[in-house]
Write a new protein. Structure first.
Length: 233
């Protein structure tokens, strides 16, 4: 990891509390100047970090910039964080997932974008994906010789449960489209695709694309719980 990533990881673990420069230097194994540079880079990236002489650095408890480090703090299975890759911008996370499968670079199989320029929903309709939402695609490879099929209905139900629990508002699932609504307002769209052998019908992988746009949601917590929920199916 880069010094910036290491410093962010330390600050995320101590979110809301000050961490002294000495402690960061000791844990990160870098110089004081390197820590100072990393913190300034993080501030430029939108992280709300306070710097106080003789106290150190504090990442605000309200900070919610999407990052692997922040998502990891909410994951029960911490190893899942190693499978996440985050981009500032993608045309589409589902397209990126398919490209990674073609190139064989799919070890980091949870793809997240802070915004999309060509987000796609059902029937190839355009899905607006501005910054502030959650845009994620999860590549799921079924176990060999398993007859278990991943169903779009089960995915929709699970995501609706997560949104309801995390938001505290009743989430309504439209089973025909897998869209999720709160107070009749659409807050989530789900597009599930798969790659299969045309002759045998055997599915080699599923790509679960999820877009969530809600006010006042805790993005990193929501992402972590969605990932865990989907991978439990």
């Amino acid at each position: 990891m880069s010094t910036k990533d290491v410093v962010l990881s330390i600050l995320e673990k101590n979110r809301g509390s000050y961490v002294s420069s000495r402690d960061i230097i000791s844990e990160a194994g870098v110089s004081r100047n390197a820590v100072w540079k990393a913190v300034n880079e993080l501030k430029k990236s939108g992280y709300d970090i306070e710097s106080v002489t003789n106290k150190g650095y504090c990442l605000s408890s309200e900070s919610d910039v999407i990052s692997v480090q922040a998502i990891g703090t909410f994951l029960k299975n911490k190893s899942l964080a190693d499978r996440i890759v985050i981009y500032d911008e993608l045309a589409s996370t589902n397209k990126a997932a398919k490209l990674s499968l073609i190139t064989g670079e799919d070890d980091r199989n949870i793809i997240i974008a802070r915004r999309q320029t060509e987000g796609v929903g059902h029937s190839s309709e355009h899905y607006e994906s501005p910054e502030g939402g959650i845009y994620i695609s999860i590549i799921i490879t079924p176990e060999k010789h398993s007859n278990k099929k991943l169903k779009a209905s089960a995915i929709g139900k699970k995501v609706a449960e997560v949104i309801e629990k995390q938001s505290g508002h009743k989430a309504e699932l439209d089973k025909s489209t897998n869209r999720i609504y709160i107070n009749k307002k659409k807050v989530c769209g789900i597009l599930t695709e798969y790659i299969a052998d045309l002759e045998t019908g055997d599915v080699s992988c599923y790509i679960v694309g999820i877009g969530i746009k809600m006010k006042n949601m805790q993005k990193n917590r929501m992402i972590a719980k969605v990932i865990e929920g989907i991978l439990q199916l």
